[in-house]
Design a protein around this ligand. Structure first.
Ligand code: NAP
Ligand code: F7E
Length: 324
């Protein structure tokens, strides 16, 4: 019998790659989708499989989660759904807390109430380390710097608590930034590579950014969803950092992306204060030794290569759009 997986956030960047991975492994995949006035499934539209099933629900609606967990009876649950934008979390702190923090609790309670023998993955984040200096690993002190980071820290600890209190196979993947051509358009990397594509193709002549000094550890999303799956296949539930171990400033990423298209970034990028955050996370560089030793997982794609592949993908996609 095929294993059944239940994924929240299936329409997001990671959810789409994880769905492809699990279907290729022979899983039956069930995804939670939100009702909106327009259909928002661009990242999974290309997946044509009788083993993919979508269900309406929301992480802020506990009843929908209880009903779906009962109905699907999953072997594995991946909780990837979130209001995942750090800057937006300062504008919508309560909604972010409900979706990203209490949402995890609602899902864990639905699993516990159903009495299922099921494995649970929580999408934790390097944002929980916040002001703690790099390199950050599983034993680094948490010090979140945004409502997003604080909400995710609650979800992280409640996952640990359900593991210890109820013997649930619950793991928390503490993932550093990971990107791809499917990255949301308002995150730094994608905003930059889309901007480069638009400049190359003559559709715009400048790009407005905020803080260029922040350091991030950017990896490639398809490799990170493989790490999530490996965490759930291990004998024991535990917490793992996934990261490349290499830090780059925003400025370095911008320079690499423009250079790949033969452009000098300084001629196009201007500073705009509106993209600053009330409190910033200055530097995130992860130490993923534990994932390498225990799970055999290692990031293969670094930020320079990522900038190149994202610029290439955006130039190709935008030229198709402009020709249409
Ligand atoms: P993403 O592209 O922003 O996708 C977020 C997903 O969550 C979307 O499917 C979205 O649905 C869904 N969602 C939002 N609010 C929801 C709600 N109230 N109820 C149910 N679903 C909801 O995020 P991602 O980059 O794939 O990241 C996946 C997860 O990993 C997130 O939890 C994120 O916080 C976490 N994370 C990401 C990174 C990273 O660098 N990418 C690093 C560490 C942790 P719609 O499509 O309907 O909006
Ligand atoms: O910002 C700076 C910004 O929004 C990266 C999420 O996936 O990773 C992500 O959070 C850096 C920050 O990602 C702009 O101030 C400058 O220092 O791409 P970002 P993030 O905040 O690191 C973590 C691990 C998650 O868990 C989150 O869900 O870039 N920056 N200028 C800018 N950022 C944006 N978005 N836009 C700018 O114009």
């Amino acid at each position: 019998m095929a294993k059944r997986a239940f994924i929240t956030g299936i329409t997001g960047q990671d959810g789409s790659y994880l769905t492809e991975l699990l279907l290729a492994k022979g899983y039956e995949v069930h995804g939670l989708v939100r009702r909106a006035s327009t259909i928002n499934r661009g990242r999974i539209d290309h997946i044509d499989s009788p083993d993919l099933h979508l269900h309406y629900g929301d992480l802020t609606d506990g009843v929908s989660l209880v009903n779906l967990i009962h109905q699907v009876e999953p072997h594995e649950v991946y909780n990837l759904g979130a209001q995942s934008h750090v800057k937006v979390s300062f504008e919508m702190p309560e909604y972010t807390a409900s979706t990203d923090g209490t949402g995890a609790l609602r899902l864990l309670e639905a699993i516990r109430a159903a009495g299922l023998d099921c494995r649970y993955y929580q999408a934790s984040t390097s944002e929980m380390f916040g002001a703690s200096p790099p390199p950050q690993h599983e034993r680094t002190a948490f010090y979140p710097r945004s409502p997003y980071g604080a909400a995710k820290l609650y979800a992280h600890w409640v996952t640990v608590n359900y593991r210890e209190a109820y013997d649930l196979f619950a793991v928390s993947g503490i993932l550093f930034n990971h990107e791809s051509p499917r990255r949301g358009e308002s995150f730094l990397t994608r905003k930059v590579t889309l901007g480069v594509a638009a400049i190359v193709l003559g559709a715009r002549d400048s790009l407005h950014l905020g803080n260029l000094d922040a350091v991030r550890d950017w990896g490639y999303a398809p490799e990170y969803v493989e790490g999530m799956w490996r965490m759930l296949q291990h004998d024991e539930p535990d917490d793992y950092v996934l990261a490349t171990g290499e830090g780059r400033t925003v400025r370095q990423f911008v320079r690499a992306a423009f250079a790949h298209a033969g452009l000098d970034w300084e001629q196009y990028v201007t500073y705009d204060e509106q993209y600053e955050r009330p409190t910033e996370v200055d530097a995130l560089i992860g130490d993923a030794s534990k994932a390498r030793e225990v799970l055999g997982w290692k990031a293969e794609t670094n930020a320079d290569r990522l900038a190149e592949l994202m610029v290439d993908a955006d130039i190709e996609q935008l030229s198709r759009l402009l020709k249409a």
